[in-house]
Design a binder for this molecule. Structure first.
Ligand SMILES: Nc1ncnc2c1ncn2[C@@H]1O[C@H](COP(=O)(O)OP(=O)(O)O)[C@@H](O)[C@H]1O
Ligand SMILES: [Mg+2]
Length: 312
């Protein structure tokens, strides 16, 4: 492998520290706090999934980590450096691939290269990225000539082009059909093995979170009463105690060392739950070990699966 490429690849996976973050927007109805009292450390090389009801601030949090917005309170650092606007340490990809239609796939990927990367070095890096996402054959095609899955792979390659320390993904597979989405999961894991970066993945898909992530962070909608009625808490507590997923506001931790590690927060901040996914990747999607975890997460999202511990 040419030396130039090796040096580009060695950007270390970043450690993200989110400290006491609040984001309040001013709106016509007055200030609206979307994120509050948010503390989180994302380990170097970790994949963390963020789930939560629509409008709870998932994209807002991702934008803060990516330097596209600033917290009203608190601080975010990557490897001890404060995030700056359009931070070089991070790259972000969205649900829509956002490719330039008049450029080829290869040219779109090249747009992600660090400034000043030119000539042979640029060409080789783009070729390497296209190979990584399985698009070598489509290098000269335009976005409208390729499938949605291929366009999304190009978008991933463009984000990876700058060798980010932290890759931020905002529902990246949300618009894809089910089969393509499953394939993209494995591609993402392959990429993570080949170019280990820290990944913060926003998703509305609990299965996706469990399959991909080391930990799942569930955010709470601070304005839930506007949108949906409060759900009875007793059921959450019961599920929490059977699955090892802590109930809101409870300080308990899991009793068995094999159970999911739990960190719960006795505050009214944005974090509803922070759950470790047991086992190592690649995971068995159907493993029984995930049944309680899945049920607990869905329950936290307000989805009743009518699965109890007895019939799961
Ligand atoms: N620039 C902004 N000004 C005012 N409100 C905003 C702004 N950006 C986001 N919001 C509000 O913040 C809340 C969270 O938005 P978002 O982070 O996009 O939610 P999610 O990604 O979890 O669905 C929403 O109520 C949204 O309307
Ligand atoms: Mg969003």
């Amino acid at each position: 492998m040419p030396e130039t490429i090796e040096t580009q690849q060695t950007a270390p996976a970043g450690r993200v520290r989110i400290e006491n973050v609040e984001r309040t927007f001013s709106t016509q109805e007055g200030p609206r706090t979307v994120l509050r009292d948010l503390d989180l450390d994302v380990n170097s090389g970790e994949i963390i999934a963020i789930v939560g009801p629509s409008g709870c601030g998932k994209s807002t949090l991702l934008r803060l980590v990516g330097g596209l917005d600033s917290p009203t309170e608190g601080a975010i650092t990557i490897d001890e450096d404060r995030i700056r606007a359009h931070d070089d340490h991070t790259a972000i990809a969205f649900q829509e691939p956002r490719l330039l239609p008049w450029r080829t796939i290869a040219q779109n990927v090249a747009l992600g290269l660090p400034r000043g990367t030119r000539g042979r070095q640029a060409k080789e890096r783009v070729a390497e990225l296209l190979e990584l996402v399985g698009l070598t054959h489509a290098a000269d095609q335009r976005p409208r000539e390729v499938s949605g899955g291929m366009a999304q792979r190009a978008s991933l390659a463009r984000a990876l082009a700058r060798s980010p320390r932290v890759l931020l993904l905002d529902e990246p597979f949300g618009a894809l059909d089910a089969l393509t989405r499953l394939k993209m999961h494995d591609l993402l894991l392959e990429i993570h093995r080949a170019q280990p970066t820290t990944i913060v993945l926003v998703t509305h898909d609990v299965e996706e979170a469990i399959y991909l992530a080391d930990r799942v962070l569930m955010l709470r909608n601070l304005h839930a009463t506007d949108a949906e009625p409060e759900r009875p808490r007793a059921k959450v507590v019961a599920l929490g105690s059977s699955s090892g997923i802590g109930a809101l506001g409870s300080a308990r931790t899991s009793e068995s060392p094999h159970e999911t590690a739990v960190k719960t927060r006795p505050t009214n901040g944005s974090i509803a739950r922070l759950v470790s996914v047991p086992g190592t990747r690649p995971r068995d999607r159907g493993a029984r070990a995930f049944t309680d975890l899945r049920t607990g997460l869905l329950d936290g999202l307000g989805v009743h699966k009518h699965i109890t511990k007895e019939n799961a």
